[in-house]
Design a protein around this ligand. Sequence first.
Ligand SMILES: Nc1ncnc2c1ncn2[C@@H]1O[C@H](COP(=O)(O)OP(=O)(O)OP(=O)(O)O)[C@@H](O)[C@H]1O
Ligand SMILES: [Mg+2]
Length: 355
Amino acid sequence: MASVTLDKVRKDYGAVRVLHAVDLEIADGEFVVLVGPSGCGKSTLLRMIAGLEEVSDGEIHIGERLVNDIAPKDRDIAMVFQSYALYPHMDVSKNMGFSLMLRKAGKPAIDARVDGAAKRLGLDALLQRLPRQLSGGQRQRVAMGRAIVRDPKVFLFDEPLSNLDAKLRVHMRAEIKALHQQLKTTSVYVTHDQTEAMTMADRIVVMHDGLVQQVGVPLDLYDRPVNMFVAGFIGSPGMNFLPAVVEKGAKPDAILADGQKLRLPDGLPLRDGDTITVGLRPEHIRLADNGALKGEVGVVEPLGLSTQFYARLAGQQVCVFAMGRASVKPGEAVRLSADPASLHLFDPASGGRIG
Ligand SMILES: Nc1ncnc2c1ncn2[C@@H]1O[C@H](COP(=O)(O)OP(=O)(O)OP(=O)(O)O)[C@@H](O)[C@H]1O
Ligand SMILES: [Mg+2]
């Protein structure tokens, strides 16, 4: 096992810079998830750690070793791709053992490693099958098995679950997490699914436009996003954003677009007349008979365990999340409230968090 350190790592494709000076320290044994929208540079970063892309500038270390100029096969990493990339003409057992064969390991050693990995992944009964005789989930497992038998210092995953149906994806992400708890191999996992990131990561790296926006443990990112991008990206349903102007009376208020007032937390660096964006998580908006805010219910989504509904508030649709069954009907006028301590305030010009 090994740590992975990125020091001002940059990637240019010709004149286009797709990664800007990325600094990142991944501890030995850590499970780090890179998350961000399509095109933000996640795969590029992962492929640079793997050695499949050249580094334009900066340094990558795996353990103590500078690997910028080390070939992929000599980096002691194993990568699992979205496409699985299995050899179609080899059965499961050969697919899994192939890399060891290339390393000229003996047959008994290969068989022992393949059998061990197959047991761990529930593939023992499928060892003689060809990839085309397997389901998507089973193929995914073979791709995982092929990585495990190599016993690498670092696992690199690039959206390994995105070809699976929703149910299998939930199942496999729990399995990958359980596997990491057993093996404790340093892992870097790329996804654009923030739920996957939240549930699997020791730490999440949120990326946008080739820049790292924030690095942290999942709930810290959820509770204290550094900017509107992270606030909007992490959490499902996402955070609501309402434009407002600060009114500093005895207690500070936010004046919303239609003149309604929302009490703000004390002690923030706000001036009278400041333009701000108020961020409100759906679960922090409550139905309350004496609530200060007036809204009108739009679409209602009863989910059984919880109810999610949209309300027109200050000229916008805001999402409200309530546990259990909420007795609201489309078109109904409702009163809503939000605890000042639960609000997130942002500077609309820079997108940065205030306070
Ligand atoms: N070989 C290349 N030449 C030029 N530009 C490239 C090349 N490969 C990737 N890019 C660009 O680099 C940027 C980052 O791509 P990358 O594949 O890392 O994104 P990603 O975050 O993995 O996205 P996705 O979620 O869609 O997989 C994109 O704008 C992409 O168009
Ligand atoms: Mg990608």
